[in-house]
Design a protein around this ligand. Structure first.
Ligand code: SF4
Length: 311
């Protein structure tokens, strides 16, 4: 652990400061894309928990140009948090699921002198070699980092089917390999309290993503947004959610089995209350984080303690 690292896991804000030499904030960017799991290419119904905003709860309208979204958000976030460097974050739906000329145009449009990195959220089965080659060039030409964020959610094939992801673990392994070959960074998203996953799946997930060389991880709890298949299952009593204590237990298990090199961007998800039926046991996300950290410190647990794999 370095001098700034006082928590029992690798904290993203510390990594950002070390890597870029100052505070850096993400700026959510909204582009007019959908998802192959919603537009009929793979299916119409989407993942069982996918809400109307496709995972983007803090974005501005996609009617605004990227330049306008950057200007508005950089001004607001810059002033509020006293930051001068930014990471445009293509957040909602599947941001590589579009025509290649559009993809190139959107990526180029968000580059400004105060941009140090671009983060692009997508599905593991939706990243082409053409896109990776283009991003590699963008990285070199502009001296910025590129992170591809992959929604994996579970490494258990059966669970992936139940939650209707319509991609496989093999899709993730293949795309991670190509991202690493292109020398870009990767962030993996996992839901740690899927009721169909066992604790062994959580341990397995930590090991797999570590060994695949993910640079970052975002952990989420399973929340239930209105008008989703999961909301219907919940109302019909077809699904029983895990408790807050079980989430914390799983998150600690996950961190202990995660490589100490992986930087943790998020330990628990958030969803706006007005869009949700159930969110984080009606507890603020930061209270859950504090509880988790206190438990780890008290029990002498830390990220990577049980990791013995290769990176
Ligand atoms: S892959 Fe993402 S955007 Fe597509 S249906 Fe699933 S959660 Fe929604």
């Amino acid at each position: 652990m370095n001098s700034q690292q006082t928590k029992p896991y690798r904290v993203y804000s510390v990594w950002l400061k070390e890597h870029y030499g100052e505070k850096v904030y993400k700026i959510p960017i909204n582009i007019p894309v959908t998802c192959p799991n919603r537009d009929g290419t793979l299916g119409h119904d989407g993942c069982i928990y996918c809400g109307e905003k496709g995972g983007g709860n803090e974005t501005l309208s996609d009617m605004l140009s990227i330049t306008e979204q950057m200007e508005i958000n950089a001004k607001y976030i810059g002033k509020r948090y006293n930051v001068k460097k930014f990471i445009p974050y293509f957040q909602s739906f599947t941001n590589t699921y579009c025509a290649f000329p559009d993809f190139k145009r959107w990526i180029k449009e968000c580059i400004r002198p105060d941009v140090v990195e671009i983060a692009i959220s997508t599905r593991p089965d939706c990243v082409t070699d053409e896109q990776l080659f283009f991003l590699q060039e963008i990285k070199k030409e502009n001296n910025i980092e590129i992170t591809i964020e992959l929604g994996l959610q579970s490494t258990n094939s059966n669970t992936l089917k139940i939650i209707n992801r319509r991609h496989t673990l093999e899709d993730y392994l293949d795309t991670m390999k190509r991202i690493k070959q292109a020398k870009l960074m990767a962030c993996t998203h996992l839901i740690l309290d899927l009721p169909w996953d066992q604790e062994a799946d959580v341990v397995n997930g930590a090991k797999i993503i570590s060994e695949q060389g993910t640079d970052f991880v975002k952990c989420h709890s399973l929340y239930i947004e209105k008008n989703t298949e999961l909301a219907r299952w919940y109302k019909e009593g077809k699904v029983e959610l895990l408790t807050k204590e079980a989430y914390i237990h799983r998150a600690i298990l996950f961190l202990e089995n995660l490589s100490p090199d992986v930087v943790v961007q998020r330990l628990i998800g958030r969803a706006p209350k007005e869009d949700s039926i159930v969110t984080n046991w009606d507890t603020s996300w930061w209270k859950i984080r504090d509880e988790l950290e206190a438990q780890m410190t008290n029990e002498n647990y830390c990220q990577g303690r049980l990791f013995s794999g290769k990176r």
